[in-house]
Design a protein around this ligand. Structure first.
Ligand code: PAF
Length: 309
């Protein structure tokens, strides 16, 4: 079925309700994006399509999460290619609202505050970024609530709470801090949605896919591979029940002159607090997340791998 493009919340509600009726649907999935879609987003869409009867993808470059107007202007806008990718994955509806549609009164006075979890790691170098991201995610999750335009009897098969369709939203594990914060927001503020984290997609040489990779020169791209190599080193050690020896993995990154390391740590996957020092000297046990961020030329890159032993 060809994808339907809608630009207002009212259209989104009526079209998704109609689709749920037509398909006798029991579930709706939302894939929030900022466009400039790549294979990583295709994987989010694919997972959502596998798990839901109706799937909506949003495409909205959210000004609130950019600290710098230049970055906001520079963010690639590729709507036609994005729609083609989503359609190929079987997404039913693309919601691409204007800034005025999402923020009709200008910047919102009341926002979601990410709190201390939003101030560390990525938050430390991008103040306010996670407040802006969570504020728009809260709005998108509300826009995407299924069944809002359905008649009260709901002539659709129901598997959700109180006769409503099940509702899931899909986020990439690559943005680990964003995913942890969205999970906390949904749990702390009782949003009626299940958050699904989708594993990072990598190119054959290991580089995590990102809309920002297009700004790397060939030489910078080659240098950036050290990030995923260093993460893989830790993953291999965890799998082998060896000490992680984070120091030697940090040295590997430091040996690459084009890479300016910001942080490289092993943290608790939920709180993002660094794991105790002894995890680095004794064989690794339990669950962890190795997170890394670095500037390569003009581009800030982030990556992570889950560790389990
Ligand atoms: O991860 C992103 O693309 C954005 O932060 C999101 C979740 C779409 C909110 O603008």
């Amino acid at each position: 079925m060809p994808i339907k493009l809608v630009t207002t919340a009212a259209e989104l509600r009526s079209h998704s309700a109609r689709l749920l009726m037509q398909k006798q649907g029991a579930s709706q999935g939302l894939v929030p994006t900022m466009g400039a879609l790549h294979e990583g987003h295709a994987q989010l869409a694919r997972t959502a399509v596998e798990q839901n009867d109706v799937v909506v993808a949003s495409i909205f470059v959210n000004p609130l999460q950019f600290g710098d107007a230049v970055d906001l202007d520079r963010y690639p806008r590729t709507l036609d290619a994005d729609l083609a990718l989503l359609e190929a994955e079987g997404v039913d509806l693309a919601f691409a609202p204007s800034v005025d549609e999402v923020y009709p009164g200008g910047e919102p006075l009341v926002r979601v505050t990410a709190g201390p979890l939003g101030e560390k790691w990525e938050g430390a170098s991008r103040p306010g970024h996670f407040d802006g991201a969570l504020t728009v995610v809260a709005k998108l999750l509300h826009y995407g609530i299924p069944g809002a335009g359905l008649p009260p009897s709901g002539a659709f098969a129901s598997s959700g709470v109180a006769g409503l369709p099940a509702y899931r939203a899909y986020f990439g594990q690559k943005d680990a801090q964003q995913l942890a914060l969205v999970r906390r927001m949904v749990a702390d503020l009782n949003f009626p949605v299940d958050i699904v984290g989708v594993p990072t997609v990598r190119s054959a040489d290991g580089l995590a896919l990102s809309s920002r990779n297009r700004f790397l020169s060939d030489e910078q791209r080659e240098a950036a591979l050290v990030l995923s190599r260093a993460l893989r080193l830790l993953e291999d050690r965890a799998n082998a029940h060896e000490p992680l020896d984070l120091g030697s993995a940090q040295d590997l990154v430091a040996s690459q002159p084009l890479v300016d390391l910001d942080y490289f740590e092993v943290v608790d996957p939920g709180t993002l607090e660094p794991l105790a020092e002894n995890c680095r000297e004794t064989p690794f046990r339990g669950e962890g997340l190795a997170i890394i961020a670095a500037k390569v030329g003009p581009v800030r890159l982030i990556d992570n791998v889950p560790l389990s032993s």
